[in-house]
Design a protein. Structure first.
Length: 225
């Protein structure tokens, strides 16, 4: 069971999501304003946030930034259907993006997928690559580069683990999105590129994740014996 915080200004949507999430044995907290959402994010320490980006008092992206800072997974709920809006949310740290109107069953499935990616270990660890230049510890859910601990979002973790499962193999964007999310969606190529860009920035080592132009991405380091 996970604790899910629903920040949504439409009461009917809040209550529908509460009912569906509670059927899956999740604990649920709900609120209708950004200020209350920020308070609950700090005090309740939820496992995941369902966040309406169009809140009446503050920009939902402010809450997204606060959740990202505490490594809390976020699924954005919004009426902003343009691909550019989804890209912005994902670049700011959202783990998934649902456009209104939506099926509550679909939201529940996406919650399960994001939570599953967060807790699933990559492999009994740690596994090291490039002479211990990169270390991925699935049991502790930790990544280190040159001994430095790197904090990743669930999506960034999923991409790195996928690439590290077969070093040198080139993964297409579609393969990566299916490994990370379990389904394809409009604009997935650009969102994967955004996640890879953020991942590279955090790793601060250009040889770890390599681009194969026109094909996809691969891990540029060999697995250590």
């Amino acid at each position: 069971m996970a604790l899910v915080l629903v920040v949504e200004d439409e009461r009917d949507i809040r209550e529908v999501l509460r009912r569906y999430l509670e059927r899956e044995a999740h604990g649920v907290l709900t609120c209708g304003t950004g200020a209350e959402g920020l308070r609950l994010l700090r005090e309740a320490d939820p496992d995941l946030v369902l966040l309406d980006l169009g809140l009446p008092d503050i920009d939902g992206l402010e809450i997204l930034d606060a959740a990202t800072a505490t490594h809390t997974p976020v699924i954005a709920l919004t009426a902003r259907a343009a691909v550019e809006n989804r890209i912005e949310g994902l670049q700011r740290g959202a783990d998934d993006y649902v456009t209104k109107p939506f099926s509550p069953k679909e939201v529940v499935l996406r919650v399960a997928a994001v939570l599953g990616r967060r807790v699933a270990p990559a492999a009994p660890g740690p596994m090291t690559y490039g002479g211990a230049r990169l270390s991925i510890d699935g049991d502790r859910h930790e990544v280190r580069v040159g001994g430095r601990l790197v904090e990743l979002t669930p999506s960034e973790w999923g991409i790195l683990v996928a690439l590290a499962s077969r070093p040198g193999r080139v993964y297409s964007r579609l393969e990566l999105v299916n490994r990370v999310r379990g389904y394809a969606y409009e604009g997935y190529e650009r969102t994967i590129d955004s996640h890879v860009k953020n991942l590279r920035h955090k790793l601060d080592d250009p040889e770890v994740v390599e681009t194969v132009v026109g094909v996809g991405y691969r891990l540029g380091l060999d697995r250590d014996p």
